[in-house]
Design a protein around this ligand. Structure first.
Ligand SMILES: Nc1ncnc2c1ncn2[C@@H]1O[C@H](COP(=O)(O)OP(=O)(O)OP(=O)(O)O)[C@@H](O)[C@H]1O
Length: 972
């Protein structure tokens, strides 16, 4: 290790000599003692171990056969790609400690770093014990079979460990040992470990040490990926590796079991299969109850959240790592684990069949790298039943293709494609060509399309109609046909899905219905952006009449109990603040705008992931699951199906066109997107665009968004409350009354400002790119503009000060160019005469007492030229003038409707009635009447508007006078 000083090296050497002597002493004693226990290796051979039971990790200084010695020095490359990168490293105790503590200090926020750190820690904890092995000892544990060496292009342990140790300090390349022969006299089992093979290191330089051996074993792959590259840890009794001679694999039980995807115990070896189970350990951890198995311990050690409890002698892990652990354990032949209750679906898609064919197909997903290949290609899924092979022309390969019945040559793509049922045969044929490497389909694809790989596969079954008899009839009967299909899909996927319908298609109603289907498993957790959490509470009350309102809780502060009620609604930010305090496991979780979790390093994602992985039902909602690149989908996929891609890197290689650059891996690209889409649609995602279901949609869909009360500061709340009291007392003149109401309206605007900005931010974060925001007050319009500028979002503004000629240009630009994403519009100055139909979302940041103005404003997008269903969001805050304006607007519309002057169903009565008014509150009723009388008189709304603006302007004296361009101002 280049960082060591001469003095440090000297000390290490000194310590090493001492330890060596100690170890030799202990070993001598140990060999004379009865009761040593044999540790089974994955090739069925046995090595003597001093730990024969329970899970306590063998301590290296006592165990010559410590399983921790199995790690191969690899980089973090994907399966089988691992290469030696860093010189082997031996750390002094101080250095170990320094690195460990620096890793610990980094804190939980840096996920990637944490992983790196855990890798470092793993490496350190499993530091090679070359130092404590004598030459004699080394020769006692490994038998060398020279025949196995020939042609093996694998770098493993340099037998002369002492030599290696010295050299490794300085340069990995000096790994080559002259002594390539390790003689064995393995201990307690007859037959010893004949299959234990070591590469002839003299022929292997570090640079060409392709870790074929490790990559052939899924467990080793996993371990080597985790263990990173910083240490070279060949020593003692490395378990048998699956080595390749050319393309000939030495079959090991490990490989044979690689295809097993079931969590159901499967007997693989007659002589020893250890059964264990996963149990809940604490709120966010689970433990594994099982006897001792060396290979299993290795797997445990590779999990960053591992913790060994000396009292119970059991290992426990973060629930976040459950999927990863189960995935790797499945590939340990000597062990079966019963999954954690409720997590069955987290690791195994229901569609997976466990036929012999599937097992063989799954085996093709590992150990496919062929470093000596001169021709490389890959298999990609192109439809639900066919895959394509991308490879350069080679007549031998083509001849093989032609042997398959289902072959089709696509003249357009100039590629061959085949039925999945021919997949296995093709892979086997191609792999018999030594110079060809064919990247297989990922195991997630094999799991997802399992049935198609069987010859006898029948046509994919239709999604059955879910039995919703236990769900409130109100919601069930309200579902539009496509929404009902969404619910059916969700139930067919065991309640774990990504509902990715276009915005405004009613994801809320579907999610509530799906959650209600699993009502027996509640308490329910809803995670949502802060601006819509109260809208969620309203939606539950609206759709599930059987719920009493006091069963719904919006978690407002960190002091609130997260699981106090049957339905608990929490924001992403609060969830991340609650962090480790979250003690409850929710069986059913809804995440609204789940793309907020796209970055695995964020606190919100780190807080949500363990909850999601632990939950039985996970309903993710997003109209835009990935805003710019497939990498953003990873966390959402992992939340629903942790077993698909236990490591991001494998996902990145396949779907993010991962490239290794100067500064590390770049996952910002995209690749094999067609396959990714097929995978998602088959297993976890349902997405309908507005255009797909337009015939089922109303032309306009309105939504009332209740603003969070916490968004309004205490001072503003107090002022508003005082205003309510004053107004309720009454005024001497109509004019005074009107002015008081208008002042109340102005204060409402100020009070709502923060919530409005929050909502706009959430819309932008959700990828809503083209929308209109209407507001009345200049201060609101200004603040929205400032926020958009801050976010570098192009916007145009039309208010009373915009000259007519300019308005047309602004509208044209909004309609036909990418210059503007948002139109910020004055309610009174831009509600008519403009066409802005390139957007299909209108947000009303403020209300206005005349519904005619609102409807005209809506119609800026809802007009000829609009091909979509239009979404209208009304932002409404309790405790403000909205409490009176909203019912007043409704009442007016109702009257107009009855007179045949307006569509009666403009506002869904159910959705909007009583949102704001507290029934039986006389004060409120009085004020409502004032509002109604004052603003229902036959006066010109524009005059009222001008009056409001004038008062607004007076309150903000430093603001530009809004009437500067208005003639004949009413205001004296
Ligand atoms: N079946 C239905 N019956 C009545 N109203 C419905 C129905 N489906 C949706 N809506 C209404 O349509 C509006 C939009 O629905 P919702 O907010 O759930 O859409 P969304 O898909 O979540 O949109 P976004 O992605 O913008 O959040 C809401 O006002 C909702 O009440």
């Amino acid at each position: 290790m280049s960082g060591l000083t001469e003095e440090q090296k000297r000390k290490i050497e000194e310590n090493r000599q001492k330890a060596l002597a100690r170890r030799a002493e202990r070993l001598a004693v140990q060999q004379q003692q009865p009761g040593t226990v044999s540790t089974k290796l994955s090739d069925g051979q046995y090595l003597t171990s001093c730990h024969g039971h329970l899970q306590e990790p063998p301590k290296k200084e006592n165990c010559l056969t410590s399983p921790s010695s199995h790690h191969l020095p690899v980089s973090g490359d994907s399966m089988g790609q691992q290469r030696l990168q860093t010189p082997p490293t031996h750390y002094g105790a101080k250095q170990k400690q320094a690195i460990l503590s620096s890793a610990q200090q980094k804190g939980p926020n840096q996920n990637a770093e944490r992983q790196q750190d855990s890798i470092k820690q793993d490496s350190l904890r499993n530091l090679p014990d070359f130092s404590v092995l004598s030459a004699k000892e080394r020769s006692q544990v490994v038998q060398y079979d020279p025949k196995k060496f020939q042609g093996v292009k694998t770098c493993t342990q340099a037998p002369n460990i002492q030599e290696q140790h010295h050299s490794s300090l300085d340069d990995c390349k000096t790994l080559q040992s002259k002594d390539s022969q390790i003689q064995n006299t393995s201990t307690s089992r007859p037959g010893s470990i004949k299959n234990m093979t070591w590469l002839n290191p003299s022929s292997a330089t570090v640079s060409d040490c392709e870790m074929q051996a490790s990559s052939n074993s899924p467990v080793n792959q996993h371990l080597t990926q985790k263990k990173s590259s910083s240490t070279l840890q060949f020593y003692g009794t490395t378990p048998p590796l699956t080595l390749q001679k050319g393309r000939q694999k030495h079959k090991l039980p490990l490989l044979e079991s690689a295809g097993r995807v079931s969590d159901t115990p499967v007997k693989r070896e007659a002589h020893r299969v250890l059964h264990g189970k996963c149990m809940k350990h604490s709120e966010d951890r689970f433990r594994v109850e099982i006897g001792y198995d060396a290979e299993l311990i290795e797997v445990f050690r590779s999990i960053s959240s591992r913790n060994f409890d000396p009292a119970t002698k059991m290992w426990n892990f973060s629930l976040e790592d459950y999927g990863q652990l189960m995935e790797v354990v499945k590939q340990v032949p000597s062990v079966t684990l019963t999954p954690l209750g409720g997590m069955e679906t987290a690791t195994e898609p229901s569609s997976v069949r466990k036929g012999p064919c599937l097992k063989s197909v799954l085996k093709t997903c590992v150990g496919w790298r062929n470093p000596s290949a001169t021709l490389r290609g890959k298999c990609v899924l192109i439809s639900y039943s066919r895959f394509e092979v991308s490879i350069d022309y080679d007549c031998r390969v083509i001849d093989m293709f032609k042997q398959l019945n289902s072959k089709i040559y696509d003249l357009r793509t100039r590629k061959w494609n085949f039925l999945l049922e021919d997949y296995l045969k093709l892979i086997e044929l191609v792999r018999s060509l030594p110079a060809v490497e064919l990247e297989p389909l990922p195991s997630a694809i094999v799991q997802a399309f399992a049935a198609q790989f069987e010859k006898s596969a029948s046509k994919a079954a239709e999604i059955p109609e879910a039995d919703l008899s236990t769900v409130d009839s109100k919601i069930v009967s309200s579902l539009m046909p496509f929404q009902r299909e969404g619910v059916n899909f969700a139930v067919s996927k065991g309640g774990r899905l990504l509902l990715a319908d276009d915005m405004g298609l009613g994801k809320t109603i579907q999610a509530i219905c799906i959650a209600a289907y699993y009502r027996k498993e509640w308490p329910l957790l809803v995670v949502a952006p802060s601006s819509v959490r109260y809208a969620w509470a309203e939606a539950f009350s609206r759709w599930l009449h059987s719920l009493s309102p006091d069963t719904i809780k919006v978690i407002a502060t960190g002091k609130d109990c997260l699981s106090a009620k049957l339905i608990n609604i929490v924001t992403f930010d609060l969830l991340s603040k609650l962090g480790k305090q979250i003690k409850t496991t929710f069986q059913v979780v809804i995440v609204d705008e789940s793309h907020f979790l796209k970055n695995g390093k964020t606190a919100r994602c780190r807080a949500a992931m363990p909850l999601l992985k632990a939950a039985k039902r996970v309903i993710l909602l997003s109209g835009t699951p990935a805003l710019s690149r497939p990498a953003e989908l990873y966390t959402q996929i992992a939340a629903i199906r942790p077993s698909f891609f236990p490591q991001f890197h494998a996902f990145g290689l396949r779907y993010c066109d991962a490239k290794k650059g100067h500064w590390g891996w770049d996952y910002s690209g995209s690749s094999n997107l067609g396959e990714l889409k097929l995978l998602l649609e088959e297993t976890l995602m349902i997405r309908r665009l507005k255009s797909d279901v337009l015939s089922q949609l109303p032309t306009k869909q309105r939504k009332v968004v209740i603003m969070a009360p916490e968004g309004i500061d205490a001072k503003a709340k107090a002022e508003l409350a005082l205003a309510v009291k004053e107004i309720a007392k009454g005024y001497k003149s109509k004019r005074e009354e009107k002015e008081a109401l208008i002042l109340f309206y102005n204060r409402t605007a100020e009070a709502k400002l923060h919530c409005i900005i929050d909502y706009i931010q959430d819309l932008l974060e959700s990828g809503r790119e083209k929308f209109l925001v209407f507001a009345h007050h200049k201060s609101i319009l200004d603040s929205i503009g400032e926020e958009l500028e801050k976010k570098h979002v192009g916007y145009m503004r039309i208010d009373g000060s915009t000259p007519s000629a300019e308005r047309q240009t602004l509208c044209q630009d909004f309609q036909f160019s990418d210059k503007y994403s948002v139109a910020v519009l004055s309610l009174t100055a831009a509600n008519m005469g403009l066409t802005l139909s390139s957007a299909d979302l209108v947000v009303f940041a403020e209300l206005f007492w005349n519904p005619g103005v609102l409807i005209q404003a809506e119609d800026r997008v809802h007009r000829i030229g609009q091909t979509n269903s239009v979404n209208i969001h009304y932002l409404v805050a309790r405790g403000t003038a909205d409490d009176y304006l909203w019912p007043m607007i409704q009442r007016k519309i109702q009257v107009l409707g009855e007179a045949g002057l307006s569509e009666t169903n403009l506002f869904d009565a159910d959705e909007t009635t009583d949102y704001c008014l507290q029934k039986g509150n006389p004060e409120q009723q009085t004020i409502l009447n004032f509002f109604h009388q004052t603003f229902s008189e036959d006066v010109d709304d524009m005059d009222e508007a001008l009056l409001i603006e004038a008062m607004d302007a007076c309150e903000n004296a430093d603001m530009q006078n809004p009437f500067s361009e208005v003639e004949g101002s009413l205001f004296p």
